[in-house]
Design a protein around this ligand. Structure first.
Ligand SMILES: [Zn+2]
Length: 273
């Protein structure tokens, strides 16, 4: 009974002395309840595709039709921005955009293009409590990150402002970073980068407006700069749109002493070629 408190049922026929409830038994009861509740909600709400709501055999994935619509980003791509290139001109090739307007980050990589079922998938993950998708999405990202991982010291999720965090209850970037960290072995640093102010929603803003909106939105606390000095973090976020958020976060890390910053997102907006 003491060997595995997980299996011990607190409502057994011979309970411990009255009022003497150990923390172990309370925790075990909580786990049992959550397990039973999870099975119950599976019966009431069978697992569904987060995009088209087709029924699935198990939670945490996509149906076959939606899966076919996901466009994974592959080489040839711009070594700097990670955007697909129409033809393969060999290693180290940069896109015109990367040459004309080089970003502060060294390299960006994204798992999938933000098109087809992906916008609905991201929406379900962020706003519809489909955190069960995190392992699948994290695996996609870890696959896209293999070049970056070799040089990385830590994963830094882009933080949410605390007001938004309270509203949404979790930071989707931190959840993705945890999954990538689990698969790659790179440690996750969640308190290294802070959001100094609540920025207005970026939806509907142009590139310059987004950059202005985000300037100075992040800071590394003085107590954390020693942990960052000379290191190479990977910033983690869900979607790269214009890159304004990741640009501002990169500048904060570089200002605090990071040697270089790479960027990894689940999805990115890819201009039609
Ligand atoms: Zn579907």
């Amino acid at each position: 009974m003491t060997a595995d408190s997980d299996l011990w049922l607190p409502l057994a026929a011979t309970p411990p002395r009255r009022w003497r409830v150990s923390f172990g038994s309370v925790a075990a009861a909580g786990r049992l309840f959550r397990r039973a509740y999870g099975e119950m909600t599976d019966l009431v709400l069978p697992p569904a595709c987060p995009v088209c709501r087709a029924r699935l055999g198990s939670a945490g994935g996509l149906c076959a039709d939606c899966w076919q619509g996901v466009r994974f980003l592959e080489r040839p791509w711009c070594e700097r921005l990670g955007t697909p290139l129409p033809i393969d001109l060999g290693p180290g090739i940069l896109s015109a955009a990367a040459v004309a307007d080089p970003p502060a980050f060294a390299r960006a990589r994204s798992a999938v293009s933000y098109e087809g079922p992906v916008p609905d998938l991201v929406h379900a993950f962020k706003y519809a409590d489909r955190t069960d998708l995190a392992p699948m999405l994290g695996a996609w990202m870890a696959r896209a990150a293999h070049e970056l991982v070799a040089d990385a010291d830590m994963l830094v999720p882009v933080p949410l402002h605390w007001g938004r965090l309270a509203h949404r209850r979790f930071n989707q970037a931190a959840l993705l970073a945890q999954q990538v960290g689990r698969l790659t072995g790179v440690p996750v640093a969640t308190r290294l980068l802070l959001r100094t102010r609540r920025t207005p929603q970026q939806v509907g803003l142009g590139r310059d407006e987004r950059a202005r909106n985000m300037r100075g939105a992040f800071v590394v606390p003085a107590s954390k700069t020693a942990a960052l000095a000379g290191r190479r973090p990977i910033l983690i976020d869900d979607v790269l749109t214009t890159g304004a958020t990741l640009e501002a976060a990169t500048r904060a890390l570089l200002d605090a002493g990071a040697a270089a910053v790479d960027v990894l997102t689940l999805a990115r907006v890819v201009a039609p070629s």
